[in-house]
Design a protein around this ligand. Structure first.
Ligand SMILES: Cc1cc2nc3c(=O)[nH]c(=O)nc-3n(C[C@H](O)[C@H](O)[C@H](O)COP(=O)(O)O)c2cc1C
Length: 183
């Protein structure tokens, strides 16, 4: 059974990111995957300050919720990474989360992330895809650096209020099918 870790990087519960990530998770579960959802807004994830303890001892020096998440990432086959566009970048929650992937960049821990699949989910208010360009490049470059495989993108312009994406059934179908393909 494939294991999928679904990460909601918007602080808004039942918002567009949450709905889309959950729809991908639903598709994966329907095909037999085991899916765990993480709502980053519920967790305490402090910033990576570049202490590089992980490079010396293979462990992170920060005593927060990320310590319990590292094994979940290592044990998963695929990650779903969702963030809305916030000021043309990812949310602070998602940036803090990805910054802590320095742990996987040290030579001893690299095999724990290398080769894993990921999909990204990015809703935003403006109507042009250009708005999401920096977020997409942030993920493309960071995941490639970690030797992960970016296997799908759900980019949704024109959604602003909580739940606006529910008015876009074709996107929800695309998200569900992407989830099925992860399983
Ligand atoms: C702090 C903040 C910054 C935002 N910056 C942008 C932006 O630069 N471009 C844009 O199109 N939408 C921006 N938005 C709108 C969100 O991307 C949009 O409402 C999205 O659907 C929210 O997703 P959520 O429901 O998952 O939180 C911003 C929203 C907030 C709260």
């Amino acid at each position: 059974m494939n294991k999928v870790l679904a990460v909601v990087g918007s602080p808004r519960r039942n918002g567009n990111t949450h709905i889309l990530v959950s729809k991908i998770a639903e598709g994966a579960r329907a095909k037999g995957a085991g899916v765990e959802e993480l709502f980053l807004g519920d967790l305490t994830i402090t910033e990576c300050d570049g202490c590089h303890r992980c490079w010396q001892d293979s462990v992170c020096s920060k005593n927060d919720d990320m310590l319990g998440i590292y094994p979940k990432i290592s044990q998963s086959d695929a990650l779903i990474l969702g963030t809305p566009v916030y000021w043309y970048g990812p949310t602070g929650l998602m940036k803090l989360f990805i910054d802590r992937f320095v742990y996987f960049n040290c030579p001893q821990n690299r095999d724990e992330i290398k080769g894993k699949s990921a999909v990204i989910v990015v809703p935003f208010e403006e109507e042009t895809f250009e708005t999401a360009r920096l977020v997409i490049e942030f993920f493309e470059k960071s995941l490639a650096y970690l030797e992960m495989k970016l296997v799908g993108k759900i980019l949704v312009p024109g959604v602003s209020d909580r739940g606006d994406v529910l008015q876009k059934p074709e996107i929800l179908k695309q998200a569900y099918e992407l989830g099925q393909s992860l399983a």
